[in-house]
Design a protein around this ligand. Structure first.
Ligand SMILES: [Zn+2]
Length: 375
């Protein structure tokens, strides 16, 4: 049976383990031990080597104990081990129903609230001898800095039918069925240097060219499902030199991939034309870094999670997000992957918190999911 105290204690223990992106070793070793003790086959892949981190993704496998054919599928459950900074030393505390820190670090409930739910499910499966399909557990590295662990994970090896990721803000019962494609990269304008006091007419100021182009761009909320942003700007050499070069970091997102492609083309065209007019040149390194997805409502994973939430009287809701998660990677590989809201709040700030009620609900959803799975 679900043990509330155990969930809380386990969560408090894990958030104290510092695990910034690419430095998840302590967390990886901790989880390797827990999964092994629970009887899973545990391995570590080479994602750390590929991505330059100090450990790889931790993968656990629990063979199906089912006697019926229907539950011979492999389903994966996943959460990421890394957290954003500051997370050097974390001092969690419980106030009434809320777990937060002393205000000097993030809590790291993003995504240890997801991990603790998966571990509790595995404990309950073992204790109550719940019938279950093959379960693949994936604890990824470096999600926060570009889904690096998931990108390096060879999920194709495991013949997975579908999966659940626990890594979204919002109250338990909400599920992400739609996420945007994201493009990122640098826009580079090259003009020409000249002495700004003696012969400025011989130069081409990259910033002046850029400003003309920028004034014609679609930025901010482009439409209800599309955004664009100029994030950083770098250029110039001195007071008295006409700025020869300028680099701008650019990002755009859309739930509709065609709209994103059109927006990118328009943006590049504007820069190219503006540069050409004055003899400057334009280059860019913008590319799609995350592929968006949309999961059909009829997918088994959606139906089963919906059923689980309804059985638990949790308000079920299908939502779309404007962010990215490991779910983008697996959905792009045609493995239907549902990302669950797990109650983490004010994430990526030192005010991050989660309620005990939500922490428990997450574990309940997974346990109920396994129970309805064979129906
Ligand atoms: Zn996260």
């Amino acid at each position: 049976m679900l043990d509330q105290k155990r969930v809380i204690n386990n969560f408090m223990e894990m958030v104290r383990i510092s695990s910034p992106s690419k430095k998840e070793r302590k967390m990886a070793d901790y989880l390797t031990k827990v999964l092994s003790d629970l009887g899973l086959e545990v391995s570590e892949d080479n994602a750390g080597k590929i991505q330059g981190g100090d450990c790889g993704n931790i993968i656990g496998f629990l063979k199906s104990n089912s006697k019926t054919k229907k539950t011979k599928k492999t389903i994966f459950l996943s959460a990421h081990m890394d957290t954003v900074v500051p997370c050097e030393a974390i001092f969690p505390k419980i106030e009434d129903d809320i777990i937060k820190t002393d205000g000097t670090s993030v809590l790291g409930g993003d995504d240890k609230a997801g991990i603790v739910a998966i571990l509790e499910l595995l404990r309950v499966i073992k204790e109550d001898k719940l019938e279950h399909p093959n379960l693949l557990i994936i604890f990824t590295i470096a999600e926060e800095i570009g889904l690096l662990g998931a990108n390096s994970f060879e999920i194709e090896k495991y013949n997975v039918s579908y999966g659940i990721i626990l890594d979204c803000s919002g109250s338990p019962g909400k599920v992400i069925v739609k996420a945007p494609s994201i493009a990122q990269g640098k826009l580079k304008i090259t003009g020409k240097a000249a002495h700004a006091g003696i012969e400025p007419q011989k130069g081409i100021n990259a910033l002046v060219v850029a400003s003309k182009a920028i004034s014609a761009l679609q930025l901010g909320k482009v439409d209800f499902e599309t955004t664009a942003n100029l994030g950083t700007i770098n250029g110039g050499e001195a007071y008295n030199i006409v700025m020869p070069e300028l680099e701008i970091s650019y990002e755009a997102r859309s739930q509709d991939k065609n709209k994103l492609d059109a927006l990118l083309k328009e943006t590049f065209d504007i820069f190219e034309k503006t540069c050409k007019k004055v003899g400057a040149s334009f280059e860019h390194s913008v590319k799609i870094v995350v592929d968006g997805f949309m999961i059909d409502e009829n997918e088994e994973v959606v139906q089963k999670v919906k059923q689980a939430c309804e059985n638990l009287s949790l308000p079920y809701e299908q939502i779309e997000t404007s962010g990215a998660s490991d779910a983008n990677v697996y959905n792009h590989k045609n493995i239907p992957t549902l990302n669950l809201a797990i109650g983490m709040s004010k994430v990526h700030t030192v005010e991050e918190f989660i309620s005990i009620k939500d922490l428990i609900s997450n574990a309940k959803i997974l346990i109920e999911f396994i129970k309805v799975y064979k129906e």
